[in-house]
Design a protein around this ligand. Structure first.
Ligand code: BDR
Ligand code: CA
Length: 311
């Protein structure tokens, strides 16, 4: 199985990525770290513990990472994920504990303890990953690769040019894309193909377990938010493209390209400038997700909820 650390800001779609990573036998989930993004660090961390509790995911350490970007102040996505960051279902008090180590230390310790290099799957702002690379540059060799959700080959979703995870901490994103590590980017151009339609929600609901009911409530809230904010008929389940790609490398078509993060644009800060046509002459620094096998993606998600089952 591929050893993976999830770095996330749950977040409805982050929650499904956690479940997919925990459920699938091709993944060895080593740790979960949280970051401020969709909501405050306090809330995203509580939500990671909530998801693990309701899904019966035990023994995976959860560490709270950075509460703000490398520069500037944190912003949250209340309109999309609600006041809690995971609005929709009711949650009880989580029983899964919080690891006492801060998130960046937890990533460091996990990389050092694991016998082979580990894949990082960040699905929030890249603050923790950048802090790790800045603070412990020698640990880069312990990282197999980074498969992230963020950016876009085209339009943004937070500004016309920028996607949420990147625009929340563009300097961190720049550090990751410039790191020299193998980076795979699942951006909006890919994630807007995996829409949780009524059919998909019905398949999950039909599993008939307490967890499937909770997932249905999550997706129903997420769908209403995307309808309200963006006029989408169904919400894109962005983040699980990362783990789905690690499980099944054929699931998303990739192209190698140069990706530059805009840091200074007047209207475009946080944009990922993806040179698909090779016009800049800059060498490729990322594999960029393009065409998604949508049916295979939803089969993985439904199967994950089924596997985690009775919880
Ligand atoms: C990204 O932003 C967050 O709201 C989602 O969880 C996803 O990681 C999509 O732009
Ligand atoms: Ca996220």
């Amino acid at each position: 199985a591929v050893p993976v650390i999830l770095d996330c800001d749950p977040g409805h779609d982050d929650a499904f990525n956690i479940m997919l990573a925990a459920a699938h036998p091709a993944i060895e989930l080593l740790a979960i770290t949280t970051v401020a993004g969709n909501q405050t660090l306090e809330k995203t961390t509580l939500n990671a513990r909530r998801v693990c509790t309701v899904a019966g995911i035990e023994g995976v350490p959860i560490g709270a990472g950075r509460d703000r970007p490398l520069h500037g102040t944190a912003s949250v996505a209340v309109g999309i994920h609600g006041e809690s960051g995971l609005d929709g279902p009711g949650f009880g008090e989580p029983t899964v504990p919080l690891d006492p180590r801060d998130g960046v230390t937890l990533i460091r310790d996990t990389l050092l303890a694991h016998p082979v290099p580990v894949t990082l799957a960040p699905t929030g702002p890249l603050t923790n990953v950048a802090a790790l690379l800045l603070g412990h540059p020698r640990l880069a060799e312990r990282i197999e690769r980074i498969v992230l959700m963020g950016g876009s080959t085209g339009r943004g979703n937070t500004t016309p040019a920028a996607e949420f995870n990147i625009v929340c901490d563009p300097e961190a994103a720049d550090i990751v894309f410039s790191s020299g590590l193998p980076v795979t980017m699942m951006g909006l151009n890919a994630s807007h193909q995996v829409l949780a339609t009524a059919d998909v929600i019905a398949r999950i609901d039909a599993l008939g377990t307490p967890l499937s009911r909770l997932c249905t409530e999550l997706l129903t809230f997420f769908a209403a938010a995307y309808r309200e904010v963006f006029g989408f008929t169904a919400p894109p389940l962005h983040d699980p493209l990362t783990v789905a790609h690690i499980i099944d490398p054929q699931l998303v078509g990739l192209v190698s390209a140069s990706v530059a993060v805009e840091l200074t644009g007047t209207h475009t800060r946080g944009a990922t400038v993806v040179d698909l046509d090779g016009v800049t002459g800059r060498p490729a620094n990322a594999q960029v997700g393009m065409d998604v096998n949508v049916a295979a993606f939803w089969d993985l998600i439904v199967e994950a909820v089924r596997t985690l089952g009775g919880h």
